[in-house]
Design a protein around this ligand. Sequence first.
Ligand SMILES: NC(=O)N[C@@H](CC(=O)O)C(=O)O
Ligand SMILES: [Zn+2]
Ligand SMILES: [Zn+2]
Length: 432
Amino acid sequence: MSTLFRDARLADGRVRDVRTESGRIAEVAASIDADADRVVDADGRLLLPGAIDAHVHFREPGHGHKETWTTGSQSAAAGGVTTVVDQPNTTPPTVSGAAFDEKASLAEASVVDYGINGGVTPDWDPESLFDRPLFALGEVFLADSTGDMGIEADRFADAVERAAARDVVVTVHAEDADLFDDSARDRDAGGVGRDADADVWSQFRSPEAEAAAVERAVEVGAETGGEIHIAHTSTPEGVDAAVAGGATCEVTPHHLFLSREDATELGTYGRMNPPLRGEERRAGLWDRLVDGDVDIVATDHAPHTVEEKEAGLWDAPSGVPGVETMLPLLLERARRDEISYERVRDVTAANVADAFDLPNKGRVREGCDADLVLVDPENAREIRGDDLHSKCGWTPFEGRTGVFPDLTMVRGRVVFDGDSVTDEPIGENVRR
Ligand SMILES: NC(=O)N[C@@H](CC(=O)O)C(=O)O
Ligand SMILES: [Zn+2]
Ligand SMILES: [Zn+2]
């Protein structure tokens, strides 16, 4: 199967013809005179490398009522994400070879490419787990979050040492529960769902708790020679500590585009770990994304049902969906000239491929997988939960503006055509 994109605008502004053949990018040139099974007149539209989302929770096995590999990966495809990385806090948690195998067979339903991470708990089985094609080890939880997989410091150091010996990156959920502000509980007015006061959650899981945990994680990395990646860094202090410690870090769309000022309206739909931060910290994160300190945007796509979120602040689950709106939200900022298209390309694809050693992905370059996203950069529209493909059916970005893809391709096969997503499994474990 071959495709010829004519007059496509690359992220750096160059207009090129791009030909794909048997799942790879065969040619990128000013003009290609060749026939193809499919010819797409890009007509100056933007052609980006498919986004690689290093942090999703697709919830199977164990929590298919929230999301499945089919619905989560369809949501990814409709948002221009062509590779996802699933986290280990499922049931069973992905902490043994057998648990990895159970998840791997479910992941075969994916319509985009995927990686499966291993996890760490007191009863993990590193021997069998590291015997599997792990994408990375993590998120390793330094504090409890969904799935209560928080571990102690000595187990963390042991896990990083084992991963370092196998050249496996360790991604870290960096919050130190000892620094949570328990007095916040007394300030909870007791609302339910959207009437809950999510700002109390931001007071409880304090910014200091993140910065301290990031410092500890990068110290352990330095001591053991482990490669540390800080997940969902939510504060400028956390980013600065990661950068100072030689670790890569990611930020999420909700920490870039939402803040405690949105907490009142969102209620428990704005409860996630780490929590929303104040406007100043949010702006500080955005500055670090634009100027290069932050390497990667990853969504921490963490869907929960509306029924589960319609609870009190301390009873509702933490997490928000995001895989379908990450690229659209960033492309809207690029449309407004607040970030360059090259930076959007780097933080959603090229840098992710580099950080996690995916040499055949992340770029519109000859020889790379034909993971491509075609976008009309001016075609902005309102984000509505009803239009999205996640099984959870809601989004914290309701009413915001995004620029969605006209076409998404994974290894040369169209998985989204601007209207409908495929239900044909095409995904492949990118760690064969
Ligand atoms: N971020 C969240 O608030 N929740 C995530 C877990 C996690 O990333 O901590 C989830 O899986 O629900
Ligand atoms: Zn986490
Ligand atoms: Zn997560």
